[in-house]
Design a protein around this ligand. Structure first.
Ligand SMILES: [Zn+2]
Length: 386
């Protein structure tokens, strides 16, 4: 890869013909049409989030004459460039110069047009440090993957979008990375994250590819439609919202793709499931509410998913002492005591026993002292497995 340092380009040059797309939240073009600010392997503009403090910092740096750091362009043709690194800084500058946001000056908001002429000139005449890089697509992308960009690091999906950029990624982003998409309202009940950071796209790809996102993106890179991706994602979302008619906060971020694969062939009564969800969600013994959905889908057997409250140590100690005192020549494990082998009179140490619910949790038994019985580990396990 060849790179040339260019120190003559000014902010004014870059902002010539700056176009910002409000809908997609990205800076598109600059440098009189010669520069593509957001090629596919770049992410959506995110400096403007969280109160825009990073956007402000870029402009204040220019006013104070601080360096903005290196900017990298990829030279794609004679006089044609794409921003490889620096898209966020350039978009911040372009947005400011076109009066899209204001900086705070002694408590007063000032947009570009309301700055004094000398300050406007200072910004326009600021020179940028630009490395113009030339190389094969592979070289450029490998390099892009290895640089650790200042500011917000790329997350794994953003990197994959860079590596497998093409028609498929463009279409997929239009559907899943567009924060204006009206379906997001529904998706966010089940999927964590934000459109801008590619988290809906990541989940959709994860589900359709059964976890092999990179492989899937590589195979579909030049596809001119995203039918399979979209249909699969919608199938999962439709399935979960039909089976579970209530929306609980714990549903967000569950492995719905895997659950869909395992259970969508079975039929459920949504009304009954709804009652069961409510009952479990209100049960103080259930400490993992996230597990409720898979527990019910699987036929209410895998109690482990609910992490039902266990007895605390004090309750166990008390039960142990009581049972040991009452043993009278028999074992302090009540099941050993009624057996007919060598353990029938064995007194176990506390560490050799585990607590058991006398009345099972599934039958309404709680984790209080009166429902606690200590059993030797062997008996506890055999009982737990029934
Ligand atoms: Zn026993």
């Amino acid at each position: 890869m060849k790179s040339t340092l260019n120190t003559n380009t000014t902010v004014g040059d870059i902002c010539d013909g700056f176009v910002y797309n409000e809908l997609e939240g990205k800076g598109l073009f600059g440098l009189g049409g010669k520069l593509t600010i957001q090629p596919e392997y770049q992410r959506n503009f995110i400096y403007a989030e969280k109160g825009g403090s990073k956007e402000q910092a870029v402009i204040l740096s220019l006013l104070k004459g601080y360096p903005l750091g290196l900017i990298y362009f990829n030279t794609v043709a004679q006089d044609k460039f794409e921003v490889l690194d620096g898209q966020q800084r350039i978009t911040s500058i372009g947005r400011f110069v076109t009066n899209k946001f204001a900086i705070m000056d002694n408590g007063n908001p000032k947009n570009f047009d309301s700055l004094p002429a000398d300050q406007q000139a200072k910004i326009r005449e600021s020179k940028l440090l630009i490395y113009e890089c030339e190389g094969t697509e592979t070289e450029i992308k490998q390099w892009f993957e290895t640089i650790n960009i200042a500011g917000v690091p790329l997350n794994p999906q953003e990197l994959l979008n860079a590596i497998y950029s093409g028609t498929f990624v463009t279409l997929a982003k239009a559907e899943f990375s567009n924060s204006q998409n009206s379906h997001i309202q529904k998706w966010r009940a089940y999927v964590k994250g934000s459109a801008n950071r590619q988290e809906y796209l990541e989940r959709a790809l994860d589900w359709v590819s059964k976890g092999d996102i990179g492989g899937y993106m590589s195979r579909h890179r030049n596809d001119t439609n995203i039918k399979e991706l979209k249909n699969y994602f919608n199938s999962v979302i439709d399935w979960v919202s039909t089976v579970f008619i209530d929306v609980l906060p714990e549903m967000k971020g569950l492995e719905w793709g895997r659950l869909y694969e395992e259970y969508h062939g079975q039929s459920y009564d949504p009304k009954k499931l709804s009652d069961a969800v409510k009952k479990l969600a209100a049960d103080p013994q259930v400490t993992s509410r996230k597990g409720i959905f898979e527990y019910l889908l699987g036929g209410s057997v895998a109690k482990k998913l609910l992490a039902v409250r266990v007895f605390d140590d004090k309750i166990k100690q008390v039960a142990f002492a009581k049972q040991s005192q009452a043993a009278k020549g028999k074992s302090n494990c009540p099941l050993c005591a009624i057996g007919d082998n060598a353990n029938t009179s064995r007194i176990y140490q506390f560490e050799e026993m585990d607590a058991d619910h006398v009345a099972a949790w599934s039958k309404g038994g709680d984790s209080s002292a009166k429902n606690c019985e200590m059993l030797c580990k062997t008996h506890n396990q055999s009982k737990g497995n029934r």
